[in-house]
Design a protein around this ligand. Sequence first.
Ligand SMILES: [Zn+2]
Ligand SMILES: [Zn+2]
Length: 386
Amino acid sequence: MRTTPPATITKLKRFWPSTLLFAITGILALTAVPIYGVVYGYHWYQWLAFAIFGGLCAFSISAGTHRMWSHRSYDAHWSLRLFFALFSAAAIQGSILNWCAGHRNHHRYTDDNDRDPYSARRGFWFSHIDWMMHEYPSSHLDYKNVADLKQDKIVMWQHNYYIPIIISMNLGILLVLGLLTGDVIGMLLLAGVLRLVVNHHTTFMINSLAHMWGPRPYKDDISARDNYLVNFFLCGEGYHNYHHTFQTDYRNGIHLYHYDPTKWVIKLLSWLRITYNLKVASPIQIQKAKLSVQFRQAERKLAIGKRKEEWLQLLRNESAQFSKTLDNWKKLQLQNTQCHGEQLTEKWNRMTIQSKVKEVEYSLKMQSKRLGLLIKQCQADTTAAT
Ligand SMILES: [Zn+2]
Ligand SMILES: [Zn+2]
């Protein structure tokens, strides 16, 4: 990826709280954690505490701070919001208010080196961790973009008492667990230090790796990518190209079989009425975004070989068909909003419109397959000709 400096560079002050936190926990994870393991050994219950505590922190950041508070992709009962507030504080990644203010800027100004707080165009190190270790102007928060969150009592409580909550959630819980199991140091090292370092760096990979490595099937003019490695470690957060395209969708992996545990749990909780108002992007909007990228890719791939004009003509025909289908869809949307009147007629009209919308969706899916086939045939033809 191209790495470019920001347009304005000011003398940077180090931000010591984050620097010390990352340095101390990182050094301990690389030294004290393995040495203690070799000398005294760890018990299965310490590994279990590491996995459960780490999983709850990762899930609270992903489902709570990210998808619910940052993007308002669904709502939740106060008890779940309180749970998210406690465990996202345990992850020590900034209060919900700060996290969301920065993240909303990241989505609004993606790849703008002066305004995206963790722009990946400034390099791996910057987007992964350095943006938190210096007082960069791009990290400055004015909180204008989180006015809605200031009305949330749980968010403001967590913001105002952030340090005491961090201490009670980390030291408090782990000291009790350590005393109960008879090995406080082992518990602090494994479920405290190592868990925190793993939580930190897996989350940070979304800002670095998931903006540098992987395909961009829904939007190809931004650095965000679908990264399957990040996805595996981070509860489904790795479908990052999709997420940047449809940020208010509570899902990141749209198909049921897509590995997105955060989405599965949010859905499961909606059946228990703990989560509600789950938002999803319409299948046609998704197909439209995907096809727009496919058309641009096809244009590049078909513009080669002796018969390029013939292939490009076929592509133009497909493009005309694409515009026609989208026009149809716009008309159907208009009809849908105008569809008022007698209840029975309205119901009948809506059903007719819905079945036509399904036809549009199917037609876009078929077009996507035809485009794939067109590219394959063109490539086979070019290979045979050489
Ligand atoms: Zn986001
Ligand atoms: Zn991003």
